[in-house]
Design a protein around this ligand. Structure first.
Ligand SMILES: NC(=O)c1ccc[n+]([C@@H]2O[C@H](COP(=O)([O-])OP(=O)(O)OC[C@H]3O[C@@H](n4cnc5c(N)ncnc54)[C@H](OP(=O)(O)O)[C@@H]3O)[C@@H](O)[C@H]2O)c1
Length: 327
């Protein structure tokens, strides 16, 4: 018997249960991973709440972890038992001691990358990679707006933008988070609980606004974000932390300057083994060189059985950077 997190009904963090289960053997082209660190991502809260319903209930939760390969299914040639690996695009159920994952969704860990670094950065780092290189190619010297800049994805974005010479304006929910974003390499911050986002962006860009806004906050920032974009610029709406953006009148894009909008996800961009390896290599070299620091605060490292508390912390906006579950 092993332990994992399951939920049988949708709801708040309290629906998460720590239960016994029997890990299955890997099917052809799968591997079984003994998880050492498990990534906590905001998307896990959408699956739990029912915003992104799982295929069935009861359901496991989580798609990201780092660990050691325990068993290898038939047909897998590039991964062996005992390899150190990380994955971010597994079927639901990574909040567990052992999890079966398609072998082409797994990257081997270089010696320079620890399980803690991998589990806390893989999903979020691959996301920043595709947002900055594939959805819209950011350019050195360019000013961009990135919401929730002190969150898990946000901290990596601040550091990656700095490494690329991009001037990132980061929105944050407190003075402490503003200080963190600046330490991570943001060019400027806006505390959106106290300041007017569009007004501050106008001031910071000498009235020009930005070519691109990366908005994972969703409902609460949608209109403000559109007001920050130059004519024909791009709104990248990639999350719903404050609620989903629904019922949009397309005329608003015309009124705000013929804007473009995209609603991407990791699976749309990192969708082959080759792309996964390439993006992983880019991320690992950033982390190994120290350009991106993904260390997790002690108070944000939770035992697997504390998943309820971990979700409460994430949704109360009290976390900074990434959080981990440890089996
Ligand atoms: N589309 C994709 O491919 C993709 C991939 C990964 C992540 N995402 C999205 O990126 C976002 C960040 O993910 P993450 O795991 O790194 O989470 P996170 O940023 O660590 O946590 C969410 C943050 O959003 C901010 N926020 C603003 N309004 C909020 C509200 N009403 N309730 C809760 N939080 C609010 C909070 O920061 P402040 O206190 O500073 O406001 C909070 O810390 C999520 O929306 C996630 O869904 C999308």
């Amino acid at each position: 018997m092993a332990k994992r997190i399951e939920f049988a009904v949708h709801g708040g963090p309290e629906v998460l249960q720590y239960v016994d289960y029997t890990p299955r053997d890997p099917a052809p082209n799968e591997i079984l991973v003994s998880n050492i660190t498990i990534g906590i991502n905001y998307i896990d809260t959408y699956v739990r709440s029912g915003l992104y319903p799982p295929p069935h209930l009861p359901s496991g939760l989580g798609t990201e972890a780092a660990g050691i390969v325990e068993k290898v299914g038939s047909g897998v040639t590039h991964i062996n038992v005992g390899d150190r690996v990380v994955y971010a695009q597994a079927p639901l159920g990574a909040y567990s001691e052992y999890h079966c994952v398609p072998a082409d969704k797994v990257a081997k860990l270089p010696n320079a990358i620890s399980y803690e670094q991998a589990g806390s950065s893989f999903l979020k780092g691959l996301t920043v990679y595709y947002l900055f290189h594939l959805t819209y190619r950011v350019k050195p010297g360019e000013i961009i707006l990135f919401h929730a800049a002190a969150g898990g994805v946000g901290r990596i974005a601040c550091q990656w933008a700095k490494a690329l010479g991009v001037k990132l304006i980061g929105t944050v929910g407190s003075a402490e988070k503003a200080a963190q974003a600046m330490q991570d390499g943001a060019w400027a911050t806006i505390n959106y609980r106290e300041e007017n986002i569009a007004q501050r962006v106008l001031e910071l860009t000498d009235g020009e606004k930005v070519n691109v806004v990366y908005d994972s906050v969703g409902k609460a920032t949608w209109l403000d974000s559109l007001d920050c974009i130059k004519p024909h610029g791009l709104m990248v709406s990639f999350g719903n932390s404050s609620g989903a953006v629904i019922g949009v009148d397309l005329g608003i894009l015309n009124q705000k300057g013929g804007l473009f909008v995209t609603r991407p996800s990791l699976g749309h961009y990192i969708n082959t083994k080759q792309l996964l390896q390439h993006a992983a290599n880019e991320l690992f070299s950033m982390v190994a060189s120290g350009a991106i620091n993904v260390n997790v605060a002690v108070e944000q490292q939770f035992r697997l059985k504390e998943a309820v508390r971990a979700h409460q912390a994430l949704e109360s906006r009290s976390t900074t950077g990434s959080s981990l579950l440890i089996p």
